[in-house]
Design a protein around this ligand. Structure first.
Ligand code: ADP
Ligand code: MG
Length: 724
């Protein structure tokens, strides 16, 4: 009983639940206490500075140096009043996590006397040595300068004893090196394009914000058990492990009562999140054992994504207090569901109107249909880019595995709206209509409450859910900026084209509403292919999709091709979201990320097999051999040790298979490693190296079933999944 597995099991038995206390039982008493929000800004700043921040946030108006000085000093006073000693520019490099470099407020003045300082310059811009962040060849180390620049649309916050300032991260030559910069660009073109289209209906609208609510799935595992699994420690997922006899088949975990120890953890990170102004609202068990979900109320998209990044960080940190490890990996355990991050998205005007909510009057409905049909058309036009935006080595395990949407991008509208679109498609628009009223007959009635709200087709990657679209294929650990930059960019581009098409008809003499409806009708026809109401998990859909000409790209390296097609590059340039250089750099970074992660997994498999699995199997086999020898010695015949002989042989077979295949895998890895071209390398890793993972695992898992439980060194799935 000396293995680390049993020590870990021992520690789990001794766990006590830490006491968690919220600052008050009323959330409104402490919500946002650690955020430099509008109320605090007003308290600490002059009116002028406050206005400057507001308009910088709303319309990107640059902030003058003098004002920045004042804002910095206000931020410092507020932060110091809360015991803060350091500040950092907080940014989202392409590693997928968040980054920070802390500087102290403390500075000696010219007389050597210590003062606390935070200048306008330090607020607005910093130059972290950025040479070791992924840059896809944009920066070589000799020009390692990249800089972070303040994003005034996302408020500063306090984390621990540090004032964090949300920033973008760009290279010295101006290329984006992070997730936030392109997102902000996409949101800005979308705002303009959407406002222009809104003006057909309502001249009073001057801003359109995208909104986002992110549902976050995750697993929890006891920290000691996690640490006893080197594969989980290094890759975030269990590379081996036989399924537990009981898994999720009884469906007894979903929405069940939450274990006490987990509730304490949830309360703890929720409190911290609420202090940071993250509006967490729901928590529940998910489908797999030890899988959970939390979701905030939706917010403006840039803020929602900052908050999700912060939340993931928070969940990880707080978990340690509770001796848990939070697993954000898309597929930590084979055989049970993986985790995703549903992105609920809609467009909301400064007049408070949700452009994706059906209205009561025909005119309102035409406005709704305009944005609704343009979304469908945008996704139809650039489905490949949306697919690429959710591609990662981890997400490859989920997409198409009958637990998450397939790799085929399609849209679920619900039967009512599907019928509405069909009706418009076949209707005749009377162009001669003198009275606008006759035109309205072409628009079917749309009930303002859609029955299909409740009909959640979980198998669709992109589903309309009443007043928003829900992108369901996003991976649980990913930064939502990636898919959201794409979605908002393709929507912006689509709306610009829509306006051009409508204006052309108006110029030719069509009435505005007739022109709008004519273009909508045309788009409905053109984008029909991508609409699918059926079961996305079924084989029939894969066949049908192929007939329709929809792509079904199952692996990341090929899905990423969409980033550098002529069509995509033109879109990037038209919208200004990425330069050609940036597009190629991102492609390169994502390919590198893909093969590097597979390389790590392959190495861990090799090591664990050689140093942990095979020794345990041989140890057990040796004890069997001793036993057989003993039985022979006391004069018993073959039938006395039949079973033992069988086990001895089986162990040899498995060990041989595993050893041979690990050697072959390492050989393939060596061949892959010398390849120069990243795409070729990634594909080789996928097709030649990764293809060994499953067969090796199969035999390791068979050994797990054979070998004496007392000497099996790795915590088993039943322990990882059920002990809490
Ligand atoms: P579920 O899909 O789990 O039943 P909800 O429909 O309540 O949950 O919403 C899930 C997420 O969608 C929440 O974060 C919620 O705030 C968000 N959401 C609701 N309305 C919108 C909207 N108009 N735009 C963006 N997100 C929204
Ligand atoms: Mg949902």
């Amino acid at each position: 009983m000396s293995t680390i597995r049993f020590q870990a099991l021992q520690s789990v038995l001794g766990r006590t639940i830490p006491e968690v206390k919220a600052p008050s039982s009323k959330i409104s008493d402490f919500y946002g206490a650690n955020v430099f929000d509008k109320v605090k800004m007003k308290d600490y700043m002059s009116k002028e500075a406050f206005q400057a921040i507001l308009s910088a946030g709303v319309s990107g108006t640059p902030i003058e140096r003098e004002i920045a000085e004042h804002i910095a000093s206000a931020m410092k006073s507020w932060a110091m009043s809360k015991g803060v000693t350091h500040y950092t520019h907080w940014f989202q490099p392409l590693t997928g996590t968040t980054a920070e470099k802390h500087d102290s407020f403390f500075e000696p003045d010219s007389n050597g006397v210590a003062v606390e300082k935070f200048s306008g310059d330090a607020l607005v811009q910093q130059e972290p040595d950025a040479s070791s962040f992924p840059n896809g060849g944009i920066r070589s180390t000799f020009e390692a300068r990249g800089y972070t620049a303040w994003d005034p649309s996302s408020p500063a916050f306090i984390f621990g004893k540090t004032l964090c300032i949300p920033t973008v991260f760009v290279s010295y030559t101006g290329e984006a090196l992070d997730y936030k910069a392109p997102l902000l660009k996409a949101l800005s073109v979308l705002d303009k394009a959407a406002v222009d289209v809104c003006h057909y209906f309502d001249k009073g609208i001057s801003k359109v914000n995208a909104s986002l609510g992110i549902e976050q799935e995750y697993f929890l595992v006891d920290l000691a058990l996690f640490n006893a699994r080197p594969d989980m420690l290094l890759t975030g997922r269990a590379l081996f492990g036989h399924s537990s006899a009981k898994n999720q088949q009884l469906e007894d975990h979903y929405f069940g009562s939450i274990p006490e120890r987990v509730v304490a953890y949830m309360q703890d990170f929720e409190t911290e999140a609420l202090l940071l102004g993250i509006p967490l609202k729901t928590r529940h068990n998910e489908v797999a054992p030890s899988q959970f979900e939390c979701a905030p109320i939706y917010e403006e998209i840039n803020l929602a994504i900052d908050h999700n990044q912060l939340l993931m960080d928070l969940m990880d940190k707080i978990a340690k207090r509770h001796h848990f490890k939070v697993l954000l990996h898309e597929k930590p355990y084979a055989g049970v569901n993986g985790s995703g991050k549903h992105n609920n998205w809609s467009l909301i005007t400064d007049t408070g109107k949700n452009l994706l909510a059906p209205g009561k009057t025909p005119k309102n409905n035409l406005m709704f249909l305009t944005f609704f049909v343009n979304t469908v058309k945008a996704v139809h036009e650039h489905a490949d880019l949306l697919r690429a935006s959710i591609a990662s080595v981890n997400n490859d395990h989920r997409l198409g595995a009958n637990e998450a949407p397939p790799a085929i991008i399609s849209i679920f509208l619900g039967s009512q709206l599907n019928d509405v679109l069909d009706e418009i498609e076949t209707s005749r628009i009377s162009k001669k209509a003198k009275e606008e009223n006759t035109m309205w007959h072409s628009i079917p009635k749309i009930p303002s409450i859609l029955l299909d709200n409740t009909d959640r087709n979980r198998t669709s990657p992109f589903a309309f859910t009443g007043n928003k679209f829900e992108l369901r294929a996003v991976g649980s650990s990913s930064n939502s900026s990636n898919p959201m930059t794409v979605l908002n960019m393709i929507m912006a581009d689509q709306l610009i084209k829509f306006k051009a098409d409508v204006d052309k008809l108006i110029k030719k003499g069509d009435k505005k509403d007739v022109a709008l409806l004519t273009v909508i009708k045309k788009y409905i026809k053109e984008s029909k292919n991508i609409r699918f109401e059926g079961n996305g998990y079924s084989d029939e859909w894969a066949e049908e999709a192929e007939k329709r000409g929809l792509a079904n790209i199952k692996t990341t390296p090929k899905a990423l091709d969409a980033l550098i097609t002529d069509k995509s590059v033109k879109l990037f340039q038209d919208t200004g979201v990425f330069s050609v250089r940036e597009a190629h750099a991102r492609h390169e970074i994502l390919l590198e990320d893909y093969y590097k992660k597979l390389q790590i997994e392959a190495r861990v498999i090799g090591e664990l097999v050689t140093n942990v699995v095979i020794p345990a199997a041989i140890k057990y086999q040796t004890s069997m051999i001793e036993n057989v020898k003993g039985l022979k010695d006391i004069g018993l015949g073959e039938d006395a040790y039949d079973a033992q002989m069988m086990i001895i042989k089986q162990i040899s077979e498995h060990v041989n298979f595993i050893k041979k295949n690990v050697v072959a895998m390492v050989d393939e890895r060596k061949l892959a490693n010398v390849l120069e071209d990243s795409r070729e390398k990634a594909i080789t890793y996928d097709e030649k190296v990764k293809s060994y993972f499953e067969p090796i695992r199969y035999h390791v898992d068979k050994l797990e079933l054979l070998v004496d439980d007392n000497i099996w060194p790795l915590p088993k799935f039943r322990e990882l999944l059920f002990i809490k």
